[in-house]
Design a protein around this ligand. Structure first.
Ligand SMILES: NC(=O)c1ccc[n+]([C@@H]2O[C@H](COP(=O)([O-])OP(=O)(O)OC[C@H]3O[C@@H](n4cnc5c(N)ncnc54)[C@H](O)[C@@H]3O)[C@@H](O)[C@H]2O)c1
Length: 253
């Protein structure tokens, strides 16, 4: 099960964190992986690591918020890997330098990066890969989202959460349009992972964060990669239009 031999995958924001873990897992299962990141050396580093471990991988740095750059990057990936993209993992984000700011202290200019990445960036990538998926009668679209899309938090992440909600809603509709075509579209909504806790965070703060998670630990990027592998596999053909919370039991609906 979960053999991806012969499949091609594009993982956005794959230069580190969750995206790098997903890219490594898909490559280990036989997929040829195009590793995207805004920061070229990150994409190249992940792709090189995958090749070192025997995988097939290329780096395709581009900014997902730039539709023309997305189309050019996808074309580069398809040329390098020799076939269209079968699996898209929309993971890139959050915006570089994201700060937590209460809504009343934000200006409209500060709303924009969240909408640009989480909504438009994801849409650009989907639009760029979707037609060959439909023509092939097979495809997998996996959107990485956040619990902040469905749960209000007084933590200064309102625009982050709102833009993740937007793409979750879009994926639900897209899944229905695509259901007869063999292309699925699902969302993984993540809770707090270890890589989001800045180096140097006081032990007491980490302990408090961990205590808020019923299973008693922060998530790891590999927890996400394991769930992603199922959702992009051939075996998940009956799973579409779903938002799955992956959060150590922090929410149960
Ligand atoms: N880590 C968590 O606790 C957590 C929790 C909930 C949701 N998420 C979601 O998981 C995903 C990955 O998060 P992460 O923790 O690995 O983040 P990260 O910052 O460690 O890695 C994200 C990567 O995306 C890249 N990126 C940013 N903007 C980009 C753009 N415009 N085009 C291309 N690449 C871009 C960055 O350069 C970076 O390498 C994000 O969608 C995030 O919202 C993470």
């Amino acid at each position: 099960m979960f053999d991806l031999t012969g499949r091609t995958a594009l993982v956005t924001g794959g230069g580190r964190g969750v995206g790098a873990a997903i890219a490594a897992t898909l490559a280990a299962r036989g997929a040829a992986v195009a590793v995207n990141d805004l920061i070229a050396h990150r994409a190249e580093s992940t792709a090189a690591a995958l090749r070192t471990h025997g995988g097939r991988a290329v780096a395709v740095p581009f900014d997902i918020t730039d539709g023309d750059a997305v189309d050019a990057g996808v074309a580069d990936a398809v040329a390098a890997l020799g076939r269209p993209i079968d699996i898209l993992v929309n993971n890139a984000g959050p915006p570089a330098g994201m700060t937590t700011t209460p809504f009343r202290e934000m200006t409209p200019t500060e709303w924009q990066p969240f909408v640009d990445i989480n909504l438009y960036g994801s849409l650009h990538c989907i639009r760029s890969v979707i037609d060959p998926m439909v023509a092939a009668g097979h495809g997998r679209i996996l959107q990485i989202s956040s619990g902040a899309a469905r749960t209000g938090i007084a933590f200064g992440v309102s625009l982050y959460g709102a833009s993740k909600s937007g793409i979750e809603g879009f994926i639900r509709h897209l899944s229905q349009e695509l259901a007869p075509t063999g292309v699925t579209a699902n969302v993984l909504a993540l809770g707090l992972l270890s890589n989001a806790v800045p180096e140097g965070t006081p032990d007491g703060a980490v302990t408090a964060l961990t205590a808020s998670i019923p299973v008693g630990r922060l998530g790891q990027p590999d927890d996400v990669a394991a769930a992603a592998l199922y959702l992009v596999s051939d075996e998940a053909s009956w799973m579409t239009g779903q938002t799955i919370s992956l959060n150590g039991g922090s929410t149960t609906n």
